[in-house]
Design a binder for this molecule. Structure first.
Ligand SMILES: *[C@@H]1O[C@H](CO)[C@@H](O)[C@H](O)[C@H]1NC(C)=O
Ligand SMILES: *[C@@H]1O[C@H](CO)[C@@H](O)[C@H](O)[C@H]1NC(C)=O
Ligand SMILES: *[C@@H]1O[C@H](CO)[C@@H](O)[C@H](O)[C@H]1NC(C)=O
Ligand SMILES: *[C@@H]1O[C@H](CO)[C@@H](O)[C@H](O)[C@H]1NC(C)=O
Ligand SMILES: *[C@@H]1O[C@H](CO)[C@@H](O)[C@H](O)[C@H]1NC(C)=O
Ligand SMILES: *[C@@H]1O[C@H](CO)[C@@H](O)[C@H](O)[C@H]1NC(C)=O
Ligand SMILES: *[C@@H]1O[C@H](CO)[C@@H](O)[C@H](O)[C@H]1NC(C)=O
Length: 260
């Protein structure tokens, strides 16, 4: 029963904003949809914890000297129940981030990607009395801020140096992060596959903090960086299994009301 409910939500997610669907012949997995810009947030969505409280308001990332040598750290820690409520706290979800420290200035930085309105709101939509279609508060974004809280990451998680990059590579990565942040705006909690086996078809990929970390590592290696971790990293994924999804229509055709 619970799966039916969840799959129903998922269909709604499909008809909503987050994916592009080729109406005639969907190719799986459906590519994550990129947008030109980030829309204003509806005032209905209110964060319990403010997003990126110590980051730059405009998301600026400092320019480092091209010749600087920057250490890169893999950061991982469990998401605690008190922070996100029962449902997701019980699943031992890990949160992933990346750390940087400049050898020239000694300054260090943390970079992570997470929900603007907490994980529960990116996982399930709201029903609002005045709105027919389920309503999502599911934006996610990159947060870059000065400092690495060593204790926070190392005590119950991981803080591991995985390589060094140049200031030039860092600056190029920074521009890529800002563009990625403006075009990839909705958090997707679920990875949806046809079955648990190794040859399953993936219908939808998740889009979350660990995906951001992977994209960033990929970008850094394209820029010529060599990163390697001595330990195996386990990333949290929440899987849903379902038959081939069918496109049901958009908000207007299903609920008689266009998306807000
Ligand atoms: C989700 O958003 C609603 C509306 O803004 C807010 O009241 C609620 O606390 C949020 N829930 C979670 C789990 O973040
Ligand atoms: C990403 O976008 C959010 C939401 O607009 C913004 O608060 C944040 O500063 C941006 N981060 C970066 C690194 O550009
Ligand atoms: C980051 O900087 C702080 C403050 O200087 C320091 O306590 C901490 O050890 C540094 N962490 C790393 C991983 O460089
Ligand atoms: C690490 O886990 C212990 C035991 O659960 C907890 O008391 C402590 O606050 C955690 N440390 C951090 C930095 O979250
Ligand atoms: C998965 O596919 C490979 C290659 O087609 C095949 O050798 C293997 O037996 C398949 N495994 C399962 C569990 O179906
Ligand atoms: C990762 O998962 C494997 C297999 O479940 C486990 O043996 C290993 O201890 C885990 N590693 C970490 C760092 O949690
Ligand atoms: C929603 O679907 C209807 C019927 O398929 C279509 O006419 C309409 O243009 C669509 N609206 C949007 C915003 O895509």
């Amino acid at each position: 029963m619970i799966y039916t409910v969840v799959v129903l939500y998922l269909n709604l997610l499909i008809v909503h904003v987050a994916v592009t669907f080729d109406y005639n012949k969907p190719k799986w997995p459906v590519p994550y949809r990129r947008f030109d810009r980030r829309p204003d947030v509806d005032s209905f969505c209110e964060a319990i914890y403010p997003f990126c409280p110590t980051g730059d308001r405009d998301g600026r990332i400092p320019d480092l000297r091209d010749s600087d040598v920057i250490s890169v750290y893999r950061l991982q820690t469990p998401v605690w129940e008190f922070k996100y409520g029962n449902l997701l706290g019980k699943m031992n979800i890990m949160h992933d981030a990346i750390g940087f420290s400049s050898s020239e200035t000694g300054a260090n930085f943390t970079m992570e990607w997470y929900e603007l309105f907490q994980l529960g709101n990116c996982t399930f939509p709201h029903l609002r009395p005045d709105v027919y279609a389920p309503f999502w508060c599911n934006q996610g974004a990159a947060c870059f801020f000065e400092g690495i809280d060593d204790l926070h990451w190392s005590q119950n998680g991981t803080l591991e140096k995985i390589g060094e990059i140049t200031g030039k590579q860092f600056n190029e990565m920074a521009r890529w992060v800002q563009n990625d942040n403006q075009t990839g705006i909705y958090y997707e909690t679920w990875t949806v596959r046809s079955d648990p086996g190794p040859n399953a078809t993936v219908w939808f990929e998740s889009y979350d903090c660990s995906q951001f970390v992977h994209r960033t590592y990929r970008k850094l290696s394209q820029l010529g960086a060599k990163l390697s971790s001595r330990t195996q990293t386990n990333y949290t994924k929440i899987y849903l299994y379902s038959g081939e999804p069918a496109f049901l229509g958009n908000d207007s055709s299903i609920f008689g009301q266009p998306a807000l």
